[in-house]
Design a protein around this ligand. Structure first.
Ligand SMILES: O=C(O)[C@H]1O[C@H](OP(=O)(O)OP(=O)(O)OC[C@H]2O[C@@H](n3ccc(=O)[nH]c3=O)[C@H](O)[C@@H]2O)[C@H](O)[C@@H](O)[C@H]1O
Length: 430
């Protein structure tokens, strides 16, 4: 009778048994019975299973402990922050609340008694410590800012579970015209994918909120008809940034059309002011002038100066509030449209373009320092030669009327800059 071992690993009579056979034999000696083989198999399966479940425990545990949101205390903070303290007030989710426009709008809404919950991912596109400081300011007015990304559908859904937001002020975005050549994907991530995620959650919410969001003057691209009106062509973007904002206008239109979401898109024109963005020209020029470093001033074709319809932050905030106040209802519920909902687009500009060299002159006067200018022809970097807003739609719809000229606005900016960074910020002392 063949041994059990021979039954399991029969040698073929007449065939040469090589060395590996002997190795196999010694290995297989371990499995010298059916039952022990079975036990070994069970043991291996159990070992693998426990290893895998331990890994997933560690992973989910890591996620759980790393998550900066969730829990009873967190929900209470969200609810408290969203509390409305005026008759007919709103509860608003402000995305990009630690950003330049987001922090100003959050403060203004809270001041008049609206409930505000902020959301911001605190990315490092520019110095996150400035964002943290804006956050501290916003927190000091009892506004809670959740740290998270607009791409995080679970988080957004949770926020809408906790608070029935009446409005969303969507300001989170990858900003900056020229940076799009360096990091194109970040524009797709925030301005396209993030927008769609937010709209998905809003469309499913019951009740659906009304949405006001930041488009951009850059959508006018190579449009030469001045001043820029909302009905002008916007199909010639000069940068990927502009293209993503234009795409946002089309995307929001489709959600308005299919799901009955109330949409208002605001085309901001080069917003500036205290607590502004360090990547923008007025801000980086100020820093360089104070540090005695040269600034690069771009010049357009045929040596024509570039010009922007620079718009002061307080005017933009008023435009945002007016848009929120006049936004009609979303009509859908549970992802189903019940009737047509408003879809609006407004320019929020200043209506008086100023050239970049004039901007530099004003800064020189306020700082009492002469700039070291390096004037070069505008590289093909996505910039447009000029912007100029026609604001008659916003004026007739909610009385939008900008009141701060560039001279006054930059004085306020410079005063803030010096108080925040100090006169000698980063300046080499001889
Ligand atoms: O309205 C918008 O929708 C956009 O406004 C803003 O873009 P822009 O109008 O391009 O502002 P900004 O960068 O301050 O350049 C101002 C001028 O200085 C020139 N410029 C710039 C840098 C430099 O080193 N030299 C220079 O001459 C430059 O050529 C330009 O002529 C926002 O950044 C953008 O996120 C978006 O919101």
């Amino acid at each position: 009778m063949p041994s059990l071992e021979e039954e399991l690993f029969p040698s073929t009579p007449g065939k040469f048994k090589d060395k590996s056979f002997h190795m196999n034999r010694s290995l297989h000696r371990c499995f010298s019975s059916t039952s022990s083989l079975f036990l070994w198999a069970l043991f291996l399966i159990a070992l693998t299973a426990s290893f895998l479940s331990f890994e997933s425990f560690v992973d989910s545990g890591h996620k759980y402990f790393a998550a900066s949101w969730g829990g009873i205390q967190w929900e209470k903070q969200v609810r408290d922050s969203a509390q409305i303290r005026r008759p007919n007030g709103m509860s608003i989710l402000v995305t990009g609340a630690a950003g330049f426009v987001g922090s100003h709008v959050s403060l203004a809404l809270k001041k008049r008694g609206d409930g505000v919950v902020g959301l911001d991912n605190f990315n490092n596109y520019y110095d996150p410590s400035l964002k943290k400081d804006r956050k501290a300011l916003v927190n000091s007015r009892n506004i809670f800012i959740v740290e998270g990304d607009v791409n995080d559908m679970k988080l957004l859904t949770k926020l809408f579970d906790v608070v029935a937001f009446t409005h969303v002020m969507h300001l989170a975005a990858q900003a900056g015209v020229r940076y799009a050549m360096e990091n194109p994907q970040s524009y797709i991530h925030s301005n396209i994918a993030g927008l769609v995620t937010l709209l998905e959650v809003c469309k499913n919410a019951n009740p659906q909120p009304r949405i006001v969001w930041a488009s951009s003057s850059s959508v006018y691209g190579l449009n030469e008809k001045v001043p820029f009106s909302e009905s002008d062509r916007t199909d010639q973007p000069a940068s990927l940034y502009a293209a993503t904002k234009k795409a946002g206008e089309e995307i929001t239109h489709s959600y308005n059309h299919i799901y009955g979401l109330s949409i208002t898109g605001l085309r901001f024109f080069t917003v500036y002011g205290p607590w502004g963005r360090p990547d923008m020209a007025y801000f980086s020029f100020t820093r360089n002038i104070l540090q005695g470093k040269p600034i690069t001033v771009y010049r357009g074709k045929n040596r024509v100066d570039l010009a922007r319809d620079f718009t002061y932050i307080d005017d933009i905030v008023k435009g945002c509030m007016g848009s929120l106040d006049t936004a009609g209802k979303s009509t859908g519920s549970g992802g189903k449209k019940k009737g047509p909902a408003p879809y609006r687009i407004f320019n929020l500009g200043n209506t008086s373009p100023v050239t970049v060299p004039t901007l530099v002159n004003i800064l020189e006067r306020h700082l009492k320092i002469k700039a070291k200018k390096n004037v070069i022809d505008m590289p093909g970097n996505g910039d447009v030669p000029f912007t100029h807003a026609n604001i008659s739609s916003a004026r007739s719809e909610f009385g939008y009327k900008p009141t701060t000229d560039l001279q006054t606005g930059l004085r306020k900016f410079v005063r803030w800059y010096l108080s925040y960074y100090g006169y000698n910020h980063g300046k080499l002392v001889d």
